[in-house]
Design a protein around this ligand. Structure first.
Ligand code: 4AD
Ligand code: MG
Length: 464
C-alpha cells in the first residue's frame, strides 16, 4: 500500500471515511494517556495536521512509545473516521504504527512557539513549523499563478542569463563573478591584466535583472516574461532587501506605459485571487499570526481599482503631510520607504502606481517624457511593504538612449546589442519587475523578507 497524502484526508475526508490508508510524516505534537495516545502528524502536504488516535490496548507498546516524540518520523496505517470532536474533520484510528526516524529530546522545535529571529538560526528545521509550511505553499501557489497568468495570455517564458557583463539598473550593486583568486590579484600589474587572467577575460557579474535580455527576446517574440533569481549587493540592512531574490519580469512589444500598467494591475489581482482560492487555510493562519484583517485586505484589493498618482503630485502631498519624515521631501529626490508607505497607507489606503519620476533618479533605459525632465516610469506601492513593482516604458529612440547612457558615463561597449535593438525595427515597448518576495510579504503579512525564503541571503549573513 502506498502512502496517502495527509492533505487528501484533511481536505477530502468524506471520500476516505471508512477506508484503510497508510500515511507517513513528522510528529508535530504527541499526547499520551493511560489508555490512549494521540499524535498530530504532518507530511508537508497541508497546513492542517492529521490526528492519529491510538488505543494502547491494541497496539504494541514497544512500537508505539518511540513514536510519541515531537520531530520523529513515523508511518501509520489505520481507518479514516470522523473526528470525535464534531467539526474537527477526520482522523485516523491507527491499527499499526512504526518509527521511521527517531528524534532525541534536544530537538529545537518543541511545543512552544518560537520567534522568527530564533528560527533564522535553524533554517534546516524552521521549514517544519506552521508558518514556513504555510509560506512555502503560498510561495509555490503564487509562482504557479504567475506562470498561469502569462501563459494564458500568450507570453513566452524565456530564461535570461544569470551571469552577465552589464549592469541593468546601473546602481553598481553587482556581485562579481570571477575565478581569480588572491594570487591573480597579487601578480597582475594592473586591473586590465587582472581581468585578462579571469575566466571570461572581462568583468562579469550576477544579474540584477533579466530586463535587458528580456527586451531582446521581446523584440522577436512580442510578449515574454522571465522568472528567476536576481542578485544585488545592496549593503542595506532592511526587512525588505535581500541579496538574492526572485523577479518576474514581463516585457511587451508595442506597449506603452498605460498598457503595461494594466498588465501589472491585472496580474496582481490574478495572483491574489489565486491565493484566496487555493490557500484559504493559509490566509486564515496568517490572519491569526501575522496580520489581522489580512483576508479583508486581499479581497478589497481584488475588488477595487488601484490608484495612479503623478510623482509631482505625490511630492505635493508629502510636503503637506501632517507627519515628520526622516528623509527630505523635494522634487527631484527619490521617495524613501517612509514616503511610499505614507502615500499608500495613509493617503490612499490601497495600492498606487506613482508615475513620471524625475529622470535623474531613474535608470538609463526609461523613456524620456516630452517635458525633458521626467521619464515614463512607475513604481507600484502597496500598504505595509512599499514598492513591489518597478515598471517603465523603454526608450525606443537610439539617439535619446545614447544620450542618457553617455550622461551617466556608461561603457557603451557593454550595451552594443541592446542599443542596436533601437536601430533594427525599433518599437515602443514596456515592462516591469515584480519582486516575488515583496508580493509574498504583502499576501502573508510576514514582515521580514528573511522569512519568505527557504534560505535568505543578506549583507553579513549567508544563512546556512
Ligand atoms: O525596481 P527594480 O530595481 O526594477 C528593475 O530591476 C527593472 N529592471 C525591472 C523591469 O522593468 N524589468 O526592481 C524590481 C522589483 C522591485 O520593485 C522590488 O519588488 C524587487 O524587484 N526588488 C527587491 N526585492 C528584494 N530585495 C531587493 N534587494 C530588491 N531590489 C528590488
Ligand atoms: Mg525600483
Amino acid at each position: 500500500m502506498s502512502y496517502t497524502d495527509i492533505s487528501e484526508i484533511v481536505l477530502h475526508g468524506d471520500k476516505y471515511a471508512g477506508t484503510k490508508v497508510k500515511v507517513a510524516g513528522w510528529v508535530r505534537t504527541a499526547r499520551d494517556s493511560k489508555t490512549m495516545a494521540f499524535i498530530a502528524l504532518n507530511d508537508g502536504t497541508s497546513l492542517k495536521h492529521l490526528q492519529l488516535v491510538m488505543d494502547k490496548s491494541v497496539l504494541d507498546a514497544d512500537a508505539l512509545s518511540p513514536c510519541l516524540k515531537s520531530g520523529a518520523s513515523v508511518e501509520a496505517e489505520g481507518v479514516v473516521v470522523p473526528a470525535a470532536r464534531e467539526g474537527s474533520g477526520y482522523e485516523l484510528n491507527v491499527e499499526e504504527i512504526a518509527l521511521i526516524g527517531d528524534c532525541p529530546s534536544d530537538y529545537p522545535l518543541q511545543k512552544k512557539r518560537h520567534t522568527l529571529e530564533f528560527l533564522r538560526t535553524i533554517p534546516h528545521l524552521r521549514v517544519r513549523t506552521n508558518i514556513f509550511n504555510a509560506m512555502l505553499r503560498v510561495r509555490s501557489k503564487v509562482s504557479y499563478a504567475l506562470h498561469r497568468f502569462f501563459q494564458e495570455r500568450g507570453y513566452t517564458y524565456v530564461h535570461t542569463p544569470i551571469i552577465t557583463g552589464s549592469d541593468c539598473e546601473g546602481a553598481g550593486e553587482i556581485f562579481r563573478v570571477t575565478t581569480n583568486g588572491y594570487e591573480d590579484a597579487r601578480v597582475a600589474k594592473d586591473e586590465a591584466e587582472y581581468i585578462a587572467r579571469d575566466f571570461f577575460r572581462r568583468k562579469a557579474g550576477l544579474t540584477v535583472s533579466g530586463q535587458l535580455e528580456g527586451e531582446v527576446a521581446a523584440m522577436a517574440m512580442g510578449k515574454i516574461y522571465t522568472f528567476g533569481p536576481t542578485f544585488r549587493a545592496e549593503n542595506s540592512n532592511t526587512p525588505r532587501h535581500a541579496a538574492e531574490f526572485w523577479q518576474i519580469e514581463p516585457e511587451v512589444a508595442f506597449a506603452k506605459l498605460p498598457d503595461i500598467i494594466k498588465v501589472a494591475e491585472s496580474m496582481i489581482k490574478f495572483v491574489i485571487n489565486a491565493v484566496l482560492e487555493e490557500c484559504p487555510d493559509e490566509v486564515d493562519f496568517f490572519e491569526k499570526v501575522c496580520e489581522p484583517g489580512l483576508r479583508a485586505k486581499l479581497e478589497s484589493v481584488v475588488a477595487s481599482d488601484f490608484a495612479v498618482l503623478d510623482y509631482t503630485d505625490a511630492i505635493e502631498l508629502l510636503k503637506k503631510a501632517d507627519e515628520k519624515f526622516a528623509y527630505p521631501v523635494e522634487w527631484g529626490l527619490d521617495l524613501q520607504t517612509e514616503h511610499e508607505r505614507y502615500l499608500t497607507e495613509k493617503v490612499l489606503g490601497k495600492p498606487v502606481f506613482v508615475t513620471n519620476y524625475p529622470k535623474k533618479i531613474k535608470s538609463f533605459y526609461m523613456k524620456q517624457n516630452p517635458d525633458g525632465r521626467t521619464v515614463a516610469a512607475t513604481d507600484l506601492l502597496v500598504p505595509g511593504v512599499g514598492e513591489i513593482i518597478g515598471c517603465s516604458e523603454r526608450e525606443a529612440d537610439y539617439d535619446k538612449l545614447l544620450q542618457a547612457m553617455t550622461e551617466r558615463g556608461m561603457n557603451l561597449d557593454d550595451y552594443k546589442g541592446y542599443m542596436e535593438l533601437r536601430k533594427y525595427g525599433s518599437v515602443p515597448h514596456s515592462g516591469f519587475g515584480l519582486g516575488l518576495e515583496r508580493i509574498l510579504m504583502y499576501v502573508t503579512g510576514i514582515g521580514n523578507i528573511r522569512d519568505v525564503q527557504l534560505y535568505s541571503r543578506t549583507a553579513g549573513d549567508l544563512m546556512a
